[in-house]
Design a protein around this ligand. Structure first.
Ligand code: ATP
Ligand code: NCN
Length: 182
């Protein structure tokens, strides 16, 4: 079976940092496909700004011409918080091995993820560098140097930090739904 990178995230909104992670993954010769998995809601979060269906649509638009990328609606369709271990078990029915991709900021809470001891036996983690956070040597490291965060964009949308495709639509949505401005 083929090895895939499973890249989960809120993508609220998707930005150039996410695109850089995907492009870097595509350069790895052991990755045949990148599956982007937008959350309905991150298990550790209580809210989102853009609804899941919209975030899913934007990701499909951004990566429409990228044959190595697939956007999965698996978690969005569940309409609830889905722990990574549940998604991974479902994806393992079709793909093996699975490389689970996270940004380095997620390392601090990784041990608190639902059934982490089980999850870590099922996948190999690839950790994208971010903000000089140290990545322990037992993780595969992906060098990314894009200092952009969705939380900043939700506060202050900046079209130059969004992937070109669909940038106008995404920017328009966050301008309309910015809690700080409204
Ligand atoms: N600029 C970046 N460089 C490297 N990894 C990133 C970057 N932005 C996001 N990631 C990683 O991609 C995944 C999805 O990110 P997410 O959708 O949460 O965006 P975010 O910018 O981290 O959002 P927020 O600011 O709300 O935390 C996470 O694992 C995150 O750590
Ligand atoms: O499984 C868990 O308990 C768990 C807890 C927190 C985050 N995650 C996953 O981490 C990924 C990144 O989330 P985010 O919100 O930082 O983009 C996403 O796929 C989440 O479902 C998973």
């Amino acid at each position: 079976m083929n090895g895939i990178a499973l890249y989960g995230g809120s993508f609220d909104p998707p930005h150039l940092g996410h695109e850089a992670v995907v492009k870097a993954l595509e350069k790895l010769d052991f990755i045949k496909k990148v599956i982007i998995m937008p959350t309905f809601l991150n298990p550790f979060k209580e809210t989102f700004t853009a609804p899941a269906e919209l975030r899913l649509k934007w990701l499909k638009c951004i990566f429409a011409d990228d044959e190595k990328v697939q956007i999965s609606s698996f978690e969005v369709e569940k309409k609830r918080k889905v722990p990574a271990v549940e998604t991974v078990k479902a994806m393992l029915q079709k793909y093996d091995p699975i490389y689970f991709v996270i940004g380095a900021d997620n390392l601090a809470s990784l041990h608190k993820w639902y059934r982490y001891d089980e999850l870590k036996e099922l996948v190999t983690f690839i950790v994208a560098s971010r903000n000089d956070i140290e990545i322990p040597p037992n993780f595969l490291k992906l060098q990314i140097g894009v200092d952009i965060a969705s939380s900043d964009l939700r506060d202050n949308i900046d079209i130059s930090k969004l992937p070109k495709k669909c940038a106008q639509e995404i920017a328009h949505y966050y301008k309309e739904h910015n809690a700080k401005q409204n």
